[in-house]
Ligand binder design. Structure first.
Ligand code: DGJ
Length: 740
């Protein structure tokens, strides 16, 4: 039984082969946290873990007694104002103006499997035996408020997913000002916090900082999870590395405004909270209404950051992503955006696609510019009908011609947006997010449609679905190119304006759910100006996303390295683009561009007709490689070996599930002179298995490769003798090993 209940239902031990999570009912009936981490032996009593000393300048709960203060206790779902002065998990404004609540355990229930979350993305089980869920029903008797804390322990994974549901069972109106999805009070602060931060073009760069007393946090208030901070944080022990040591990961399954925070108190307790950003949030809960907060997935690893990432990769690949494409080999695609922008005709596209088909590409994607009056950024968004001047046969005709070339056909949409110069805006100017009578800001000359309004979502759904019904479309790229400003919804009453951001996300999830249900055969790829909404919420609807608009191979090493902290390779759209790169103007060989992009959902973003004969040969080899090894790349265990943030080299590897195939990506950024010899210490191999290098047939034992290392020195470890360069800036190699 993975959830052991002791002491008449007052001690709960959630445990599998890897982890333990201990929750204790405290003397006032609220829930306390005793432990989350590596598995410990089950026992009847863990009371001794509750540390509670008399301390000066402290407030106490019980009259006449000085033995119970929340300030000193680690709690499971704390509230403010009843002796705990830290930031709470929940804040509820009541009709009398009070924000004081008191949550006591009223009941609990345990069941096999996991229930879905109403209107929200979440991890799931396919058979009930995969996981066990416990729900704690907390109750505030004075205001008749029910708070259900839900914990799912996965049988095979060192992971617990948590979510919170709040129900107003009173007759008064309650305002939820803060409903965090998770709170975890840790008993010390000897951690470094890892966050994935960045900006457009350099998304999800890992940053580390030692915890200090007070608050440290990352957040988004942009209406999307954002390029700037990812809805994730990890706390790693100071000696934890990529390969060894303890780390706790926290990942929010949500795509809108979020807060991920650690508050270290004066007694070194570290309180982790994560959920919808309380900033600008205020949800009115009238009598009988329920609010569902999104899910957080917590992971424990004692095998370093790689161990944490591997747990997320498997869980997110297999039990967050859904649909027909979840387990299918992803097609090698070509996208016209970086090659043509909006400057194309049907003939040009067909010529582009024909060459791609000849080289082995499987899917052609028509990006922005095919609809309404969209000949530039200032017009057309919102009018999802083909521009017949450009595409005389419409999308249906073009798709047919593309299919006849032997390619699948994919199409770009940006459903959440509208340009002022569009039929949709002329008809429904009131459908955008803005404050009436105030000026409205734009981003890329576009406005955000109010997806909190069902009629707006429905209208867009019908327009998009019509095209998907009529044409033979196999893939949709769903873009979102600006953040929300002037958050206000014309149809919500004043007291509900704090709901705009979350309602918007619910609308986005709703249309995604409807489209993916009606068109299960379509591979959806999420995108937001590159990787501006690359989060677990999106992964639930689309098994892959566009990782970044920065396609320079050297930059991409960093972006893919950072993204892999949480997200599986199968989720990272990674394409070879033209040189000089349009962002960095860097010239990188076609081989290295391919060698980086092959560690993702592989494709091209250039016009193959413009390549030399030799480059075309490389492209064909890359495509053949992608097809041969994509199952291993999608499903294998990924290890980061050398960080491009720490030196001149980057390396990573994948080991197939059966450990028979190993794929290593090895990259040198700048060339060196008379450099030291180099070795790469491989991971995750079978020690006594014999592995053979595919390129030169050299044989090794697995333990040799892991302990002595694979020699990766190149000719830069010496002097050039005959005047011929044989190693370069931006050099790279993919090495494949196969079990004998
Ligand atoms: C931003 C995306 O990231 C690009 O790949 C491309 O689709 C453009 N939008 C099109 O406007």
């Amino acid at each position: 039984m993975p959830i052991n209940v002791h002491q008449n239902g007052t001690l709960f031990h959630l445990t599998n082969q890897k982890i333990s999570y201990l929750i204790q009912v405290l003397s006032d009936g609220s829930l306390g946290n005793l432990y989350f981490g590596k598995k410990v032996t089950d026992r009847e009593d863990f009371q001794h873990l509750i540390e509670n000393e008399y301390r000066p300048n402290t407030s106490y709960v019980n009259k006449g007694e000085v033995d119970f203060s929340r300030e000193h206790l680690r709690q499971e779902y704390p509230v403010y104002g009843t002796t705990d002065y830290r930031h709470p998990a929940l804040s509820v404004l009541q009709e009398n103006g009070s924000r004081i609540t008191s949550l006591k355990l009223a009941d609990y229930r345990i069941y096999p499997g996991k229930q879905s979350l109403d209107g929200l993305p979440a991890t799931y089980t396919e058979v009930a035996e995969e996981a066990t869920t416990i729900e704690f029903i907390l109750w505030d008797d004075l205001i008749q408020l029910e708070v259900v804390l839900s914990y799912t322990l996965f049988e095979e994974a060192a992971a617990v997913s948590r979510s919170v549901r709040v129900k107003n069972k009173s007759t008064q109106k309650l305002h939820l000002e803060q409903v965090m999805s998770l709170c975890l009070d840790l008993s010390d602060c000897e951690y470094e916090m890892l966050q994935l931060s960045g900006a457009w073009g350099r998304e999800r760069f890992p940053e580390f900082r030692k915890l200090v007393s007070g608050i440290q946090s990352v957040e988004s208030a942009r209406g999307a999870s954002s390029h700037y901070q990812n809805p994730f944080l990890a706390l790693k022990r100071l000696d934890c590395t990529e390969q060894a040591g303890e780390v706790l990961g926290f990942s929010l399954v949500y795509s809108g405004n979020f807060l991920a925070q650690v508050e270290v108190d004066t007694y070194d307790v570290s309180r982790v909270t994560m959920g919808i950003n309380p900033f600008q949030f205020d949800w009115l809960l009238t009598a009988g209404e329920t609010f569902q907060a999104p899910e957080v997935v917590m992971v424990y690893s004692d095998a370093g950051l790689n161990g944490m990432s591997q747990t997320y990769h498997k869980l997110y690949r297999e039990r967050l992503a859904r649909g027909e494409w979840r387990d299918k080999e992803r097609p090698v695609l070509i996208n016209n955006w970086e090659a043509t922008g909006m400057d194309f005709t049907e003939d040009k596209l067909l010529a582009f696609a024909k060459t791609a088909a000849e080289d082995g590409v499987e899917l052609f994607v028509l990006d922005d510019g095919w609809f309404g009056g969209r000949r530039h950024e200032r017009a057309g968004l919102g009018d999802w009908v083909a521009n017949l001047e450009l595409l005389p046969n419409g999308i249906t005709g073009l798709a047919k011609k593309i299919n006849e070339l032997g390619l699948m056909f994919g199409l770009w949409f940006e459903p959440e947006m509208v340009n002022e110069d569009s039929e949709l805006f002329r008809k429904h100017p009131e459908w955008i997010i803005r404050v009436p009578d105030r000026s409205v800001s734009h981003g890329r000359h576009q406005y955000v449609l109010d997806f909190g309004r069902p009629e707006v979502v429905d209208f867009i759904y019908q327009m998009v679905a019509k095209i998907l019904r009529e044409a033979e479309i196999h893939y949709v790229k769903w873009d979102m190119n600006r953040c929300i400003t002037e958050p206000y919804s014309a149809t919500l009453p004043a007291e509900r304006q704090g709901e705009v951001f979350h309602r918007y996300m619910l609308g986005v999830y709703d249309i995604y759910e409807r489209l993916t249900s009606e068109f299960p055969q379509i591979l959806f790829e999420f995108c937001a100006s590159g990787g501006g909404r690359f989060d677990p919420g999106m992964l639930y609807y689309s098994p892959q996303g566009w990782t970044s608009d920065d396609t320079d191979a050297v930059e991409r090493m960093k972006i893919q390295y950072g993204t892999s902290m949480v997200y599986p390779l199968s989720s990272m759209g990674a394409h070879v683009s033209a040189v000089p790169n349009e962002q960095t103007f860097r010239e990188v060989s076609i081989e290295t561009r391919g060698n980086v992009a092959l560690f993702g959902s592989f494709g091209y973003e250039l016009d193959l007709n413009k390549l030399s004969k030799e480059e075309r040969t490389s492209v064909r080899e890359q495509i053949a490689f992608a097809k041969e090894y994509r199952r291993v790349i999608q499903e294998g265990t990924f290890y980061r070996l050398l960080s491009p943030f720490e030196g001149n080299y980057c390396a990573w590897m994948i080991v197939s599930r059966d450990k028979e195939t190993v794929i290593i990506g090895y990259y040198k950024i700048l060339n060196e002179v008379n450099a030291p010899f180099k070795r790469l210490y491989l991971k995750g191999l079978e020690a006594e298995k014999v592995y053979q290098r595919v390129d030169n047939e050299q044989l090794y034992y697995g333990d040799e490769l892991m302990n002595i290392g694979l020699v990766t020195s190149d000719t830069s470890c010496g002097q050039v003798i005959d005047g011929r360069a044989t190693s370069y800036d931006f050099d790279s190699r993919i090495i494949v090993l196969k079990g004998k």
